[in-house]
Write a protein that binds this ligand. Structure first.
Ligand SMILES: [Zn+2]
Length: 156
């Protein structure tokens, strides 16, 4: 991937702990608020402590941001997952489970598990914001130019 990426330093500043990573992933996964993995609705969802949610439309089904994702049934803190994604995407020659284990401080078995999960995942869903610099918000003038371009394109 040739995307411009943030530095490791920036990454750590952005994701200092599990809590922040969880909130970030929740925002990515649920742009419209916590969404039940079963009925795909956010209407009857109530928040419980520590990132747990309950869907009252689905017989009080309890879920977290991990439910139904590559993070499910894993005890690895989410900020380590984020760092693993970062490494996987930024490593030019790929990354081995041994390397990953060393970098994020998990066992090689855990690292191997993470890599296999990450490789099957649609990483882009998560990493685009983690890794790419956010484009600067467009100025009014830039928006005007864009509209004009569209109008001109429509004319011809
Ligand atoms: Zn539900």
């Amino acid at each position: 991937m040739s995307k411009s990426t943030i530095s490791t330093f920036q990454l750590f500043a952005m994701f200092p702990n599990e809590e922040v990573a969880r909130q970030y992933l929740e925002g990515r996964l649920w742009p419209n608020g916590p969404t039940c993995p079963e009925c795909k609705s956010s209407k009857s969802v109530g928040a419980r402590p520590k990132g747990y949610y309950r869907c009252y439309a689905c017989d009080k089904l309890t879920f977290t941001v991990r439910t139904g994702t590559i993070f499910e049934r894993s005890h690895i803190p989410l900020h380590k997952w984020v760092y693993a994604m970062y490494l996987l995407v930024t490593a030019r020659k790929g990354i081995s489970s041994m390397q990953l284990a060393k970098e994020i401080g998990v066992t090689q078995k855990s690292a191997w598990f993470m890599l296999s999960r990450l490789r099957e995942a649609e990483l882009d869903k998560f990493v685009d914001v983690v890794l790419a610099h956010k484009p600067k918000p467009k100025t009014k003038a830039a928006k005007r130019r864009e509209r004009k371009k569209k109008r001109d394109a429509a004319k011809s």
